[in-house]
Design a protein around this ligand. Structure first.
Ligand code: NAD
Length: 331
């Protein structure tokens, strides 16, 4: 049996997931949830989805009685993740929710509780945990292949341009580039060190375009310190393209650039170049999650709601530090 997945929110990233699911072996695109009737028509045709597996945001809760759907994958604007994760859990379906898990730690906790109560599992769409170059960075750091990591530098950004985009609206996005792409830098600093940051300092960059950045930051740089003494220095920005991950350890260094996009990746260590197969990240991620759920096992801890919550807590501390100009401890 293949695990049957319904996608909620048929925007740009749902398109990548739908294509990835065409290559998946353990799961398939079985249903869609959309607020736009014309998209329902297109997607039904393109992916051969029966009418019975097509929902809108109002009748979505009826999915509870649909035995043909096992998992609901939420690919909506960030602030909508909570509502749909909770409705999915109440419908008795497993949840996959895109990053960032939600826009506040309190929302994440409600989502975790709802899944626990309903006896369903929740995964966050952390695709890089299934991407070979990033998992090599994690191994090199956590196994101390070049000794103790002392410094992680992570930067991710792109130039934004559409003032109407939901990503520039605080109520929908929860924040600017930090929520959208900085989360990957937070994640990378945590999986390379294998530690949780103790405290952060942070600075917002200048508002470079008053029309675009009315509600969210244009860029933010932050520094995090870790129990081992490792330091992370990271930037996320909507002002320019950057995609880079660098770690310096006692006896050498390792880096990727591009590091976090959909590939192709390039990486090297102080000993030489890194070479791994390029994968379809969406297909591999969905397949690996499907294998665990089909076997009735628990999802690995690095992609669960508890993990998503940790990142949101760090990002809330980064915003607090940038707003107050003070060092903020992370509980
Ligand atoms: P998008 O704007 O392309 O799609 C958003 C979808 O939500 C659209 O279908 C839109 O119609 C729908 N929607 C419903 N209510 C809406 C509202 N009030 N305002 C705007 N849109 C509304 O966005 P996207 O790039 O597909 O991002 C969706 C989610 O996926 C986000 O949480 C984002 O962080 C995440 N994402 C993850 C990755 C990844 O690599 N894992 C990549 C891109 C996006």
């Amino acid at each position: 049996k293949k695990l049957n997945i319904a996608l909620v929110g048929l925007g740009r990233y749902a398109g990548y997931l739908a294509e990835g699911l065409q290559e998946a072996q353990y799961c398939r695109l079985a249903g869609i949830v959309t607020g736009t009737p014309s998209k329902a028509v297109d997607w039904k045709k393109r992916y051969n989805i029966p009418d019975a597996n097509v929902y809108n945001y109002q009748n979505f809760d009826g999915i509870k009685n649909n035995k043909d759907i096992d998992v609901v994958y939420i690919v909506l604007p960030n602030s909508m993740h909570k509502e749909f994760a909770i409705r999915t859990a109440r419908a008795g379906k497993h949840v996959i929710v895109e990053k960032p898990m939600a826009i506040t730690a309190a929302d994440c906790e409600e989502m975790i509780d709802a899944c626990k109560k309903a006896g369903v599992q929740m995964a966050i769409g952390y695709r890089l945990h299934y991407e070979p170059y990033n998992m090599e960075m994690k191994r090199l750091g956590q196994e101390k292949v070049f000794g103790q990591v002392r410094l992680v530098e992570a930067s991710l950004g792109y130039k934004t341009g559409d003032p109407n985009e939901w990503r520039l609206k605080k109520a929908l996005a929860g924040g600017g580039p930090l929520m959208n792409v900085g989360i990957y830098c937070v994640q990378a600093s945590r999986y390379i060190t294998g530690e949780e940051p103790l405290s952060v300092t942070a600075q917002f960059g200048p508002i470079t375009d008053a029309n675009l950045f009315k509600e969210v930051e244009a860029s933010v740089t932050w520094q995090a310190d870790f129990p081992s003494g490792a330091l992370a220095n990271c930037t996320s920005t909507y002002n320019c393209g950057i995609d880079r991950l660098y770690a310096s350890a006692e006896n050498g260094s390792f880096e990727l650039s591009p590091a976090i996009s959909y590939g192709p990746f390039r990486g090297k260590t102080s000993k030489g170049e890194l070479h791994f197969p390029e994968t379809n990240q969406q297909a591999v991620q969905c397949d690996e999650i499907a294998k665990v759920l089909l076997a009735g096992k628990q999802l690995p801890s690095h992609i669960t709601g508890e993990e998503g919550l940790k990142d949101i807590k760090v990002m809330q501390a980064i915003y607090e530090a940038a707003c107050t100009g003070k060092k903020v401890s992370i509980a």
